[in-house]
Design a protein around this ligand. Structure first.
Ligand code: SF4
Length: 512
């Protein structure tokens, strides 16, 4: 096993058994759904997902429903209609979450029951819905997504027409038992769209981007990022005679052609395997890492220069212009303190590099994403500085890192932050507070210091809160009680025993 994929803490199980046993998470590694999907003709697509999104050391990170990633990508695109096919409870959760995060679009839904599912009528219903939606005045594209149950049942979205009245139809399977994280589900849709656009471009002329064609060769930016970052990256590229191209996932269909028509691709987020495949098929090179901090920016400019055949003097000019400014910004905004960091965005290693160069004592970086060739540079840089990098990190590993390193600040996902606060450790939610800032170039240098230093300075407030709530009990006994709740460990032991028995019986059945 790859060293970086080993469990972070020796006492932790390598497998999240609760999930693997099908308990506690809807997107568990449900072997039965998986087997059903293969039997229904989805074997090829699941094989491709297994190669693109490798799992391990445990089967699934404890992330939200993966389909949220692709749903969000579709909802952010202009003139794109989105249709979900799945259980009503899944669709309810996904639409709720997408509107909670500010989607201003309707999400289409084709309901089913056991009869329409097993007789194939569901596919006919989806087809009718797509024909009804495909109005070229309103839409460029209709995206239909099979969730877990329709994927397992083999609903054949690949049989939908490729286009109706000039509206592109894209059908994708995004099952929780095939796609490990919502980050990778973004890649499923982005990759499918790039493939479609690549075939269109190969067949004949395609529209230029709304903002016009860049006069300079462009660098396509792979991965959703803070809106100021592409502007900052454009400034870095300008002395090398290059420009920042579109960000993929794009906000509009025609940007896909411009993204493919680039000099090189910067895999800022390193998990877009299917998208990289499309760029590679279009003859484009791909550069990993990103222009973060001093050494990150220097090395990234050199790698981009090499990929685009920029003369060495021009690369050196860009480095000499920007690197001292970045260094000065980092020195003006130092961070002192020990930090553990985890998240599921794909930018965790980049953030850790910035923190280290700001002076922070970073000991652990956990990411729900897999290790890929495009994160190697960042992983090696961090490991050379004694930082443990954990790909496909589980919640248990993130919490064990907190136990072991006793940080002054834990940056992480919601459950990590919740646990840290319970232990009176200042904590910041990665997605809302770290991802919502520039990271690249000059604007990125020092942008984290304010929020990170302010959070670490809050330690005394946490101590006061912990002291204030001292003695109100914990877990089942938390609160003010007239009679303290009585622990019933024998009941729990009994349930555990019955559940274990059931799991064993099921496994024995599966082996027959
Ligand atoms: S689609 Fe699958 S992973 Fe998503 S909520 Fe439904 S059961 Fe869970």
């Amino acid at each position: 096993m790859d060293k970086s994929l080993q469990p972070f803490h020796p006492d932790l199980p390598a497998v999240n058994t609760a999930v693997a046993d099908g308990e506690g998470a809807c997107h568990s590694t449900d072997q039965r759904l998986h087997a059903a999907a293969i039997a229904s003709g989805k074997g090829e697509v699941l094989e491709r997902y297994a190669a693109d999104y490798p799992v391990g050391p445990h089967d699934q990170p404890q992330s939200m429903c993966p389909a949220f990633g692709s749903l969000r990508v579709g909802l952010r695109m202009r003139r794109t209609a989105t249709v979900l096919s799945g259980s009503a409870c899944c669709v309810y959760g996904l639409t709720f979450t997408s509107h909670f995060y500010g989607a201003k679009r309707s999400v289409g839904y084709v309901p089913f029951n056991s009869e329409t599912l097993v007789t194939g009528k569901l596919f006919e219903d989806i087809r009718d819905a797509v024909f009804a939606l495909a109005d070229p005045v309103k839409y460029d594209t209709v995206v239909v997504t099979n969730l877990c149950v329709p994927t397992a049942s083999g609903v054949p979205l690949q049989l939908l027409p490729r286009e109706i009245n000039g509206v592109r139809i894209i059908g994708i399977d995004v099952p929780g038992f095939g796609i490990p994280t919502h980050a990778e589900a973004k890649d499923v849709l982005a990759g499918a769209m790039l493939r479609y656009a690549r075939n269109e471009a190969a067949a004949g002329p395609v529209p230029a981007p709304r903002s016009g064609v860049s006069e300079r060769p462009t660098v396509t930016l792979l991965g959703e990022m803070f809106p100021a970052d592409p502007v900052g990256i454009g400034m870095l590229l300008e002395p090398m005679g290059l420009a920042a191209g579109p960000v993929v996932p794009t906000r509009e269909w025609r940007e896909l052609y411009a993204a493919l028509d680039c000099a090189t691709v910067a895999a800022i987020h390193p998990f877009y395997t299917a998208s990289v495949r499309e760029f590679t098929s279009a003859g484009r090179s791909v550069v990993g890492s990103a222009p973060v901090g001093i050494s990150g920016t220097r090395d990234w400019l050199a790698a981009i220069g090499q990929a685009c055949n920029v003369p060495a003097e021009q690369v050196a000019q860009a480095q000499q212009r920007f690197v001292p400014l970045i260094q000065a910004a980092l020195e003006r905004n130092p961070i002192r303190g020990r930090i553990t960091l985890s998240g599921y965005e794909g930018s965790e290693l980049l953030v850790a590099r910035l923190l280290v160069e700001s002076g922070a004592d970073v000991r652990y970086v956990g990411t729900a994403c897999p290790r890929t060739p495009w994160s190697d540079t960042d992983r090696e840089w961090l490991e050379a500085r004694g930082v443990h990098v954990q790909f496909r990190a589980s919640l248990q590993q993130d919490l064990a890192a907190m136990d072991e390193w006793k940080p002054q600040l834990a940056i992480g996902t919601t459950p990590v932050v919740q646990e840290a606060k319970q232990r009176a450790i200042p904590a910041l939610y990665f997605t809302n507070l770290i991802s919502a800032r520039p990271l690249m170039g000059i604007a990125g240098a020092g942008s984290l210091a304010q929020v990170v230093n302010a959070a670490m300075a809050n330690q005394s407030r946490f101590d006061t809160m912990r002291d204030f709530f001292e003695g109100v009990g914990q877990g089942d006994q938390a609160g003010i009680w007239s009679a303290k709740p009585v622990e019933r460990p024998e009941f729990r032991a009994n349930y555990r025993r019955l559940l274990d028995k059931k799991i064993k019986a099921r496994k024995a059945e599966e082996m027959i």
